[in-house]
Design a protein around this ligand. Structure first.
Ligand SMILES: C[S@@+](CC[C@H](N)C(=O)[O-])C[C@H]1O[C@@H](n2cnc3c(N)ncnc32)[C@H](O)[C@@H]1O
Length: 307
C-alpha cells in the first residue's frame, strides 16, 4: 500500500528558494496574491495547483524533469508519462490512496492538489525539479527519484517469506501505526514517526522498511550502528537498490549481506511494479540466517560483506 503522508520535496524547494532570496512568507504572499496561510501550506506540500502555479510565477520558477515528456500542462505530462510507463489511472489512484476521479482531473484539467501531483510525479519516476524560468540547469530541488518522499509498505507476500525465516520480528522501527491489527509488519514492538524510531534504541531482530525520502541514509546509518553496538542482533531492511548513493557505500557495501531482488516488487493493488529495484539488506546476519534467506529468496543475487 502506498501512503501519501509525506515530507514534500517541492514544498521544501519553494521554501528554500524564498529563503535564499531573503523573502518573508508575507512578501511572497503579496507578490503572488495568495494568503500567508496558503503560502505556508504550499511550503509543506499542500494546497491546490492553481495556488501552486501562482507561487511559482511569483518566484519566477517552473517545474522541469529529466523524464518529463512534453505537454501543454503538468497534468498532460503526467498522463503521457503514465502511459509510457504502462500504468493505469486506477493503479496510480490506489498507490496514492486517492479517487480515480482525482487522477482524471489532474491529467485532463490540470486541477487538484499539490500533494497528488507530487505523488504522481514521484511514483512515475519523473525526475522532477524546480528551476528558474528561462534556465535549464539551475535547479533548486529534486523530487523525482521515484521513491522519494513516500511510504512504500512492504508487500505481504514478501513479508511472509521473511516470517518463514525469522517468525515474528521483535521490532519494526518505522511503522505507520502502533496498532497490531492494522500494522503492515508482524512485530512485538513498533516505533512510529511520533516516537521517532531514529532516536530510540533498537533491539532483537528488527525489520526495517524506512521512508524512502531524504532521511534514508540516516536509517541505514542507524541500522548499521545499532548492530555494531550490540543493541540489535540483526537488522533486515528492504531498501531501494540505489547502489550509487553515498549511504549504500558508507553503510551497506562491505558491511552487510545484500540480496538483490530480481524484478520489481509490486506495491499498491499488486498489479504494478515499483519504479525502482529493491534489495534486502541484512546487518548482523549469521550463517544460518543467510542460508535460510537464500532458501526463501531463491531468485535473489546474494552479495556477502567479505566480497
Ligand atoms: C516505507 S513505510 C514502511 C511501513 C512498514 N514498516 C512496512 O514495512 O510496510 C515507512 C514508515 O515509516 C514511518 N516513519 C516515518 N518517519 C518515521 C520516524 N522518524 N520514526 C518511525 N517511523 C517513521 C512512516 O509513517 C511510514 O509508515
Amino acid at each position: 500500500m502506498f501512503k501519501n503522508s509525506f515530507q514534500s520535496v517541492l514544498g521544501q524547494g519553494l521554501k528554500k528558494v524564498r529563503k535564499s532570496e531573503r523573502l518573508t512568507q508575507q512578501r511572497v504572499a503579496q507578490k503572488s496574491g495568495l494568503s500567508i496561510p496558503t503560502v505556508r501550506q504550499l511550503e509543506h506540500g499542500h494546497g491546490n495547483l492553481s495556488s501552486f502555479r501562482k507561487l511559482l510565477a511569483a518566484l519566477d520558477l517552473k517545474l522541469d524533469g529529466q523524464n518529463l515528456p512534453p505537454g501543454e500542462t503538468l497534468g498532460a505530462k503526467v498522463a503521457t508519462l503514465r502511459r509510457r510507463r504502462g500504468i493505469s489511472q486506477r493503479a496510480i489512484s490506489c498507490l496514492l490512496a486517492v479517487t480515480l476521479q482525482t487522477i482524471v482531473s489532474l491529467e485532463r484539467y490540470n486541477t487538484g492538489r499539490l500533494d497528488v501531483l507530487e505523488g504522481a510525479l514521484t511514483v512515475l519516476g519523473s525526475g522532477v525539479y524546480l528551476i528558474r524560468n528561462g534556465t535549464k540547469k539551475d535547479f533548486y530541488t529534486h523530487a523525482g527519484n521515484a521513491s522519494v518522499n513516500h511510504d512504500w509498505h512492504t508487500p505481504m507476500e514478501f513479508l511472509e517469506r521473511l516470517y518463514r525465516v525469522f517468525g515474528e520480528f521483535d521490532l519494526d522501527p518505522c511503522s505507520p501505526t502502533k496498532k497490531k491489527s492494522t500494522a503492515p509488519v508482524r512485530a512485538k514492538m513498533r516505533y512510529t514517526a511520533e516516537d521517532d524510531g531514529l532516536g530510540l534504541p533498537w533491539f532483537g531482530t528488527a525489520f526495517l522498511n524506512p521512508p524512502y525520502g531524504r532521511t534514508l541514509g540516516q536509517w541505514t546509518m542507524k541500522a548499521k550502528e545499532e548492530v555494531a553496538i550490540g543493541n540489535a542482533q540483526i537488522v533486515v531492511a528492504l531498501l531501494p537498490a540505489r547502489t550509487d548513493t553515498s549511504y549504500w557505500h558508507r553503510d551497506i557495501a562491505r558491511s552487510a549481506h545484500v540480496f538483490f531482488l530480481q524484478g520489481r516488487l509490486r506495491f499498491g493493488d499488486g498489479r504494478q511494479a515499483a519504479p525502482f529495484p529493491s534489495a534486502l539488506v541484512v546487518w548482523g546476519g549469521l550463517r544460518q540466517d543467510i542460508s535460510a534467506l537464500e532458501e526463501v529468496l531463491p531468485d535473489a543475487w546474494l552479495q556477502s560483506p567479505s566480497t
